[in-house]
Design a protein around this ligand. Structure first.
Ligand code: FUL
Length: 479
């Protein structure tokens, strides 16, 4: 063989090695829309309506429309405030359980048309939609299926009205990134004056498949929350806490979709990808009440770490007040919170470290990728490996109290457990933490007692598929 041939052969071998095939995906995996939704991480809820003016959480359905009278409503103030707090979008209660509609609907008189706001010419859904477009926030809607005002509630006539309301909203406002079908259903209400208790079978009554079709006609990328055919799921509580173990895989039967215990954990063998959303209010109530105060900075930080830090998205509610604005106390607290998070993750202390993996699929899936910010570049092991580790060597002893891990979920959520240890004064020690180091998913943040490390080691245990890690970060948070 001539030297020339040897060089060509060698180049070809290198070329094929570099192009080594991607690991196969392990179903279920997210759709492109679900992946983009997951990457939003934090967005806001706005609860606003008749309840705001009547000091209520669940209006009965007969509160006069004339009581909706904000003195200084400004949707741009909401959007600018939310943007400054790091929110990527906002979801508005277009109609809550009391049935009052915040847009000039044709389906009922019980709406903003019959309120003093702008002499009945206002449209809060439209105004917020416009402000979001102007300032680059995503826009979503909550439309309560339960309607305590409607005489037809419980009968087929109401389902038609409900679908028409979805059509009006999705024809006129958008694009929508999320549509919320709340889970509270049936019970006592005004129901056109009948004042009685009505119950329905939520699994069949609303024809959610049809409802989802209406939403998707003009908003094919919208996530669907709730109902029988969701693309994202409730976390199972309203306290701002995802399970320490959280699989995005889930079962699609209605019983599982309503089982609060399973919702917060998921199923490692779930047949569908239905990632979790944590909804919680910055105050005790969803609607504004003068005598309530925002949660403390510590509580809000815990909520962040127990939602975004556990592979869920955070939907943080801001109750707009009677003037029609987000209260100063809420916006100041939320900004403080956002700055604390930004500060905590400003510097990844692993950048520039030497990284060694116990196993690597090929050069193309090098462990170095876990230190680059590009989500699509990841470290992968060979197939069939169910344990692997990464070791990072610091140029000098480094203080750390937080680790962030991200799996490359387009190929599945595959890690079942991990552990973190560090090398100091000649020995390996485990980090000290109350946190359970089980699943990772899109993003996992672990807080622990500050360590002074010469090296950091992360060991992974794989449940299924191939280990694919997109990012690893180590930080020294101050709050
Ligand atoms: C619940 C509702 O009953 C609350 O009022 C609130 O809207 C919350 C987000 O969902 O199911």
């Amino acid at each position: 063989m001539t030297i020339k041939k040897i060089i060509i052969l060698f180049t070809l071998i290198l070329f094929f090695a570099a192009c080594a095939r991607h690991p196969s995906r392990h179903d279920p995996v997210p759709t492109q829309q679900q992946l983009e939704w997951q990457q939003l991480e934090t967005y806001a809820f706005i609860h606003f309506g008749l309840n705001t003016f009547n000091d209520m959480e669940w209006g009965y359905g007969d509160t006069p429309a004339e009581t909706f009278n904000p003195s200084d409503l400004d949707c741009e103030q909401w959007v600018l405030t939310l943007k400054a707090c790091g929110m990527k979008g906002v979801i508005l209660t277009a109609k809550h359980h009391d049935g009052f509609c915040l847009w000039p609907t044709e389906t009922t008189d019980y709406s903003i048309k019959n309120s003093p706001y702008k002499n009945g010419q206002g449209d809060v859904v439209g105004e917020l939609c416009e402000a979001c477009r102007k300032h680059g926030l995503k826009f979503g809607l909550y439309l309560s299926p339960w309607d305590r005002h409607q005489a037809e509630y419980g009968r087929s006539g109401y389902v038609e009205i409900y679908h028409r309301q979805i059509k009006e909203l999705t024809d006129h406002y958008g694009p929508l990134f999320e549509f919320w079908f709340d889970g509270a259903n049936g019970g006592d209400g005004w129901y056109g004056g009948a004042k009685e208790t009505r119950s329905i079978v939520a699994e069949n009554y609303y024809d959610y498949e049809k409802a989802r079709g209406i939403v998707w006609k003009n908003n094919p990328d919208a996530m669907i929350f709730g109902g029988t055919v969701p693309t994202i799921r409730w976390i199972g509580n309203e306290e701002g806490r995802a399970g320490a173990t959280l699989w995005s895989a889930y079962h699609t039967d209605f019983a599982s979709l309503n089982d609060t215990k399973s919702l917060s954990v998921g199923f490692s063998d779930g047949e569908a990808w239905i990632p979790a959303e944590v909804d919680v209010s910055i105050r005790p109530g969803w609607f504004y009440h003068e005598n309530e105060n925002p949660k403390s900075l510590e509580q809000l930080l815990d909520i962040y770490y127990q939602s975004v830090g556990r592979n869920a998205n955070l939907l943080l509610n801001f109750p707009v007040n009677q003037t029609g604005r987000i209260s100063k106390e809420d916006s100041l607290r939320a900004m403080e919170w956002h700055q604390a998070i930004e500060g905590a993750f400003a510097e990844n202390l692993l950048k520039g470290c030497k990284v060694i993996a116990s196993n690597t699929r090929s050069h193309r899936f090098s462990p170095k990728h876990v230190l680059c910010d590009e989500y699509t570049h990841y470290w992968a092991t060979e197939d069939g490996i169910n344990k692997a580790e990464l070791v990072f060597g610091f140029p000098e002893t480094t203080s750390i109290n937080t680790v962030v891990l991200k799996e490359y979920i387009p190929l599945g959520q595959n890690v079942k457990a991990f552990n973190i240890s560090y090398y100091c004064n000649g020995k390996w020690l485990p980090v000290v933490t109350d946190e359970t180091m089980t699943t990772i998913g899109y993003k996992r943040i672990v807080r622990f007692q500050t360590i002074h490390a010469e090296k950091l080691r992360i060991r992974f245990l794989i449940e299924k598929g191939t280990l694919c890690v997109s990012q690893v970060g180590a930080y020294n948070r101050q709050s």
